[in-house]
Design a protein around this ligand. Structure first.
Ligand code: NOJ
Length: 528
């Protein structure tokens, strides 16, 4: 079967507040993204996923949606979005939006109606419950942002459920009208030419019908954040979610070559169910394992092998190093290993998603307490849960405000923006940006990397190695995850093998059956 664009392609996540400001308000916008499409073309990605741009009170920076079919004035207009879609398509870039179906904003007209009275027709579009037997919240469920997940509504004398902020009431996916309303919003965007959706917290969407207490988490410590006090046994990953995921897929499948990517943080064996059973569900249930994995060769080799083995027949793999919720890869690993990680991301089998800024090696930016914006941090300060450090403005050049804006940006720039910016790295063949561009080019030029088979190569020490094969094409990827030189012994004589790319520049140390890897070197070698 001919691979589809989202199987061959590379996705790039844009956090729209922080990509490019075009109107001088210090906040990125849609016209800003349109102005920067050439960066994405030069980089060589195939699709952009734009985090939410819908009208929103911005309590959770757009993940609190007040209208599923509009554009927030801070980001522009519907016409701007149409223009962005058209411009991206001119450049052969696909455009994915973020769909946030688990919850709306409390300012969405649906919720305003729902809370207006107990017999309002939209009452059942949200999750309303009477107090528990002893008074107080209906059960012990905890918001992912800390505190009870139930909010008392004085006017109608019931609680409503919110897995996140109280300004983000959960929608009731057992209600068929609500389901249809969200499917209509999906069609609205598909009809405008959107190529797919990343679906927010898909595994949260259905809750146990009886709302039983969640069991306590025996491993809980306060440093983990309050949400971990209980295990989300009854509040997430319920069997009925799969029927809904399948319905969403049917909506997408009525259009040619659309893609659905599910945000799902679950162990691999649970994650795999989201590819679908009898009916297909997500094309790509996001695989976040690399974000938390110890950076250690043997355990990464096992992680990849286990993931490959767990994939259902026909299930296409995918990999992620970071996103707008998690620490940046360069902060976790340092620059040298972030380069190796980039090679892993772009050569392991499956669709990679790159988080904006990772291509220039942005690390987490220190946010002074008085500048904190993230509601997660404001609710549970000091636990290291702040997401602002990974949402800072993209530094484009060495002009004022790094070319991001003509005004003070909504979050501070990286301290080193004068050196670490797109323009500066463009001209430097040794920069992270040049490495990303080269990796994406090697990938595009070699079907073995885009769609080939994956064969692990046994090795020792800090080396992680695998072969990618397609027809006669055979590529070896050897990654030194440590800071000491390593030797990899191959079964073939590799004296004449051609090094295609090294994360450290020139590689000239392949001799016969031995590949010598310099400290922190990742290498792609053409075997045949
Ligand atoms: C997951 C999103 O990625 C995150 O940014 C958001 O806060 C929650 N879902 C709630 O929508």
């Amino acid at each position: 079967m001919t691979p589809l664009w989202w199987q061959r392609g590379v996705i790039y996540q844009i956090y729209p507040r922080s990509f490019q400001d075009s109107n001088g308000d210090g906040i990125g916008d849609l016209n800003g993204i349109a102005q920067r499409l050439d960066h994405l073309v030069d980089l060589g990605v195939d699709a952009i996923w734009v985090s939410p741009i819908y009208p929103s009170p911005m309590k959770d920076f757009g993940y609190d949606v007040a209208d599923y079919c509009g554009v927030d004035a801070r980001f522009g207009t519907l016409a701007d979005l149409d223009a962005l879609i058209a411009a991206a398509h001119e450049y052969r870039l696909k455009v994915l939006l973020d769909l946030v179906p688990n919850h709306s904003s409390d300012q969405h007209p649906w919720f305003i109606e729902s809370r207006s009275s107990r017999d309002n027709p939209k009452r059942d579009w949200y999750l309303w419950r009477d107090p528990g037997p002893e008074g107080g919240p209906p059960n012990n469920w905890i918001s992912d942002f800390g505190g009870s997940a139930w909010e008392w509504d004085e006017a109608t004398g019931q609680y409503y459920y919110h897995a996140f902020l109280k300004e983000q009431p959960d929608l009731n996916w057992r209600n068929p009208e609500l389901r249809e309303a969200i499917y209509a919003a999906m069609r609205f965007w598909f009809d405008r030419g959107i190529d797919g959706f990343r679906i927010d917290v898909l595994w949260h969407m259905v809750k146990h019908a009886d709302f039983p207490d969640n069991p306590p988490n025996p491993a809980y410590t306060p440093a983990m954040g309050e949400m971990h006090r209980v295990l989300q046994l009854h509040s997430t990953d319920q069997p009925e979610v799969h029927g809904i995921a399948a319905e969403m897929r049917a909506v997408a499948d009525a259009y040619p070559e659309r893609v659905l990517i599910g945000e799902i943080y679950l162990p691999v064996e649970r994650l795999m169910h989201y590819y679908g059973g009898e009916a297909p569900e997500m094309h790509l249930p996001f695989n976040f394992q690399l974000i938390d994995a110890p950076w250690e060769a043997r355990s990464l080799a096992k992680l990849i092998a286990d993931y490959e083995a767990a994939l259902p027949p026909g299930g296409w793999p995918n990999w992620v190093l970071g996103n707008h919720d998690r620490p940046r890869v360069a902060a976790k690993l340092g620059e040298a290993q972030a380069r190796v990680a980039a090679m892993l991301l772009l050569t392991v089998r499956g669709t990679p998603t790159i988080y904006y800024g990772d291509e220039i090696g942005l690390a987490d930016v220190l946010i002074p307490p008085e500048m904190v914006q993230d509601p997660r941090e404001l609710r549970e300060p000091g636990l290291g849960l702040n997401r602002d450090p990974v949402r800072t403005p993209m530094p484009w050049d060495d002009r004022a405000h790094a070319g991001f804006s003509t005004n003070t940006p909504w979050l501070p720039l990286n301290d080193d923006w004068g050196d670490r910016n797109v323009a500066g790295q463009s001209g430097d063949p040794h920069s992270m940006l040049s490495l990303y561009r080269a990796l994406l080019k090697v990938r595009r030029d070699h079907p073995a990397l885009e769609v080939g088979d994956f064969l692990p190569v046994e090795c020792e020490g800090d080396v992680l190695a695998y072969e990618r094969r397609h027809g006669k094409e055979r590529l070896l990827v050897a990654l030194n995850l440590g800071a000491a030189e390593q030797q990899l012994l191959l079964s073939d004589d590799c004296g004449a093998c051609q090094p295609l790319l090294s994360t450290i520049g020139t590689h000239d140390r392949t001799l016969g059956r031995g590949v010598k890897l310099a400290p922190n070197e990742g290498l792609i070698l053409k075997l045949e």
